[in-house]
Design a protein around this ligand. Structure first.
Ligand code: CAO
Length: 415
């Protein structure tokens, strides 16, 4: 079966997490992704958070599937020449160096256009143009600067970062879409373009409901679905909403049977208005169906926490999976709090390829997250990440380098 991005060749100059997630997605969709790394160390994540001495870390392997790896010192003259050859031969260059690093290497946008006017140059940076444009940025900085941390956590606690890597992997996703769109536009213009995804912007895009709430708060001074209503205080900025739902249907996390010893014996419960009657029946509160104090969503808003506490008395008598089964029968939206252990062993995720087992020559078998995007005519087969420089000779031969030329590059430590 063919793949969506067959024929697209990508010069992958990415490292750490944000850039590699982007190019991994493109590789899964069929692009030939050639990762350029420094000889010796390579992508710094190869050696970070190692669980097996001397073996590429899971951090690296899980972000670099389906790629090829070439080592190249792009600060040497000969290394720059190889990079120039690659720029001419590739459709896309993706990078997430600190601001200015590519320019300092001599590969400005103008120079790249001279070498290959069809090339798409895609970058992740921490910030877009503005006061912080020159800053180096990691995941949690982006979460803080993009509005996620100030709006996550509980009212009486400090700002919190989330476990979902919305700054890195989230921005990688944004960049991948920009690249595919630029390639599509190239079909009509014949020219490449620059694509920038700033991590602050990517996080803010994922937090857009909170900017919605900021404006609601400024207009009305209160947000009735927030836990601060009716007894707490609202300030002039969107507060932390605990586990309140970000949408129009109130929700909260409730304890389930076993919560005393299992940190994940909880369920997310949504008090969706159309199934209010069913909720009342399930928890044995039929009287609330017609009681004017409870019957309508507006009447329930001032006592959401008390209602959730009553529902919790019921959920505490069921395991999260028993509660799921019962609630789903009545179309009541809910979701179990799944641990990573439970997710890793979930057969349906294995069956769809969302969790995959990958074999690696030095690590052996490990689990990874496969392609979350399923396409009916572009099947994803997850293959292992490359060893450092595993494809250097192969790629150089494809670029027209003879064995003798490769030997010289190796002797001079360019590759
Ligand atoms: N050969 C020779 N030199 C190379 C090279 C190669 N193959 N690959 C990279 N380099 C050089 C770069 O040219 C740069 O050199 P100069 O600083 O002299 O110009 C140098 O390596 C280091 O690059 P860097 O500054 O990007 O790396 P860092 O570890 O200091 O910073 C990070 C890492 C992530 C903070 C920074 O790259 C960054 O802010 N990137 C943009 C935002 C981003 O993607 N953040 C998410 C990272 S995942 O949490």
């Amino acid at each position: 079966m063919s793949k969506a991005l067959d024929g697209v060749r990508i010069l992958d100059f990415t490292h750490v997490q944000s850039g590699p997630t982007c190019t991994q997605l493109l590789a899964w969709m069929g692009a030939d992704v050639i990762k350029v790394e420094r000889a010796g160390e390579g992508d710094i994540t190869r050696g970070q958070l190692r669980d097996i001495p001397g073996v590429d870390s899971l951090y690296f392997t899980m972000l670099n599937h389906n790629k090829r790896s070439i080592t190249l010192d792009t600060k040497t003259q000969k290394g720059k020449e190889v990079l120039e050859t690659m720029v001419k031969a590739c459709d896309v260059l993706v990078e997430n160096f600190a601001p200015g690093a590519l320019d300092r290497m001599g590969f400005t946008w103008e120079r790249i256009q001279e070498l290959n006017p069809r090339m798409v140059v895609a970058s992740v940076k921490g910030f877009g143009p503005g006061p912080y444009e020159d800053c180096k940025v990691y995941e949690n900085v982006a979460q803080c600067a993009g509005g996620a941390a100030s709006t996550t956590g509980f009212d009486d606690g400090p700002p919190l970062v989330t476990g979902a890597q919305i700054g890195d992997s989230g921005t990688g996703l944004h960049l991948a879409l920009g690249i595919v769109a630029a390639l599509y536009q190239r079909n009509t213009t014949g020219r490449g373009q620059k694509v920038l995804a700033a991590m602050q912007d990517g996080v803010l895009n994922l937090c857009r409901v909170k900017l919605r709430d900021q404006q609601r708060l400024e207009r009305t001074g209160v947000m009735e679905e927030y836990p601060q209503y009716p007894d707490g205080q609202f300030g002039d900025a969107v507060p932390r909403a605990g586990n309140a739902s970000g949408g129009g249907q109130p929700g909260w996390i409730l304890k389930c049977k076993g919560w005393e010893t299992d940190p994940n014996a909880y369920i997310y419960f949504i008090m969706q208005a159309p199934v209010w009657g069913a909720i009342c029946k399930v928890i044995g509160k039929e009287g609330w169906i017609t009681d004017p104090e409870y019957a309508k969503p507006k009447a329930r808003l001032p006592k959401l926490m008390a209602i959730f506490a009553t529902i919790e008395e019921w959920t505490k008598t069921k395991t999260k999976f028993e509660a799921m089964d019962i609630l789903n029968e009545f179309d009541i939206p809910c979701g179990p709090i799944l641990s990573m252990k439970e997710i890793a062993h979930e057969p349906s995720l294995r069956a769809t390829g969302t969790i995959v087992e990958v074999d690696h020559p030095t690590r052996g078998k490990y689990l990874s997250v496969g392609n979350p995007i399923k396409m009916s005519a572009s099947y994803t087969e997850v293959t292992r990440s490359p060893l450092l420089g595993e494809h250097t000779e192969e790629v150089l031969a494809e670029l027209g380098y003879s064995k003798d030329q490769v030997a010289v590059l190796r002797a001079e430590k360019v590759i």
